[in-house]
Design a binder for this molecule. Structure first.
Ligand code: URA
Length: 210
């Protein structure tokens, strides 16, 4: 993946995202849509996975059939909203290893504070896909990527549902080697760090909290 930012403009992604943005979309529907979009985004972010071939037998003949190469990839959910992307992606990539990074945003400084970190072994040998639906200020995303790099990861991609220009710029400055895949690049952040037009608080909308 060479571009720093990839926007997945597939009609199904864009249609589902519009439904997710609407205030009148229920918690259950929001979760279902996020699961569906996560699979479409996963398709894009894994497009260039290394391949090899394996000798197999079909009912008729033998053939060298394409198969994934290398270590199982690692999906790392940035808690808690990252879990909404994780579930759908794991349906598509069931053998993926899974990690969690717990960061909360200090509402005054908007800076990330770590409270949990657990990731798979041999991160240096895996493609690591960090997932968080909202790339807003980029502070917590950049901090999560810092932690992954400190733990050996060298091949990292960042997958989100919505990105703000501020977050993309922050990530590009901190981690120019980490390609971002998103469904949309929105206009800007408001004074509280929410993405506009956005969809509100992704965690609250998927878990029904306030
Ligand atoms: N996190 C969210 O859930 N929503 C935003 O708009 C920004 C950060």
């Amino acid at each position: 993946m060479t571009d720093h930012l990839t926007i997945v403009e597939h009609p199904l992604v864009q249609h589902k995202l519009t439904l997710m943005r609407r205030t009148d979309t229920s918690t259950g529907e929001f979760r279902r849509l996020l699961r569906e979009i996560s699979q479409l985004l996963a398709y894009e972010v894994t497009r260039e996975l290394p391949m090899t071939t394996k000798r197999i037998e079909t009912p008729l003949v033998e053939m060298d059939a394409p198969t994934l190469d290398g270590r199982k990839l690692a999906l790392v959910s940035i808690l808690r909203a990252g879990n909404g992307l994780l579930d759908g992606m794991l349906e598509l990539i069931p053998s993926a290893r899974v990690g969690f990074v717990g960061l909360y945003r200090d509402e005054e400084t908007l800076k990330p504070v770590q409270y949990y970190f657990k990731v798979p072994t041999e991160l240096d040998e895996r493609l690591v896909i960090a997932v968080d639906p909202m790339l807003a200020t980029g502070n917590s995303s950049a901090a999560a990527i810092d932690l992954l790099k400190e733990n050996g990861a060298t091949n990292i991609r960042f997958l989100c549902l919505l990105a703000a220009p501020e977050g993309v710029a922050r990530m590009k400055e901190a981690h120019p080697d980490v390609p971002i895949v998103t469904a949309a690049l929105d206009e800007r952040l408001n004074e509280k760090g929410y993405i506009l037009p956005g969809l509100g608080d992704a965690g609250d909308r998927m878990f029904g909290t306030k």
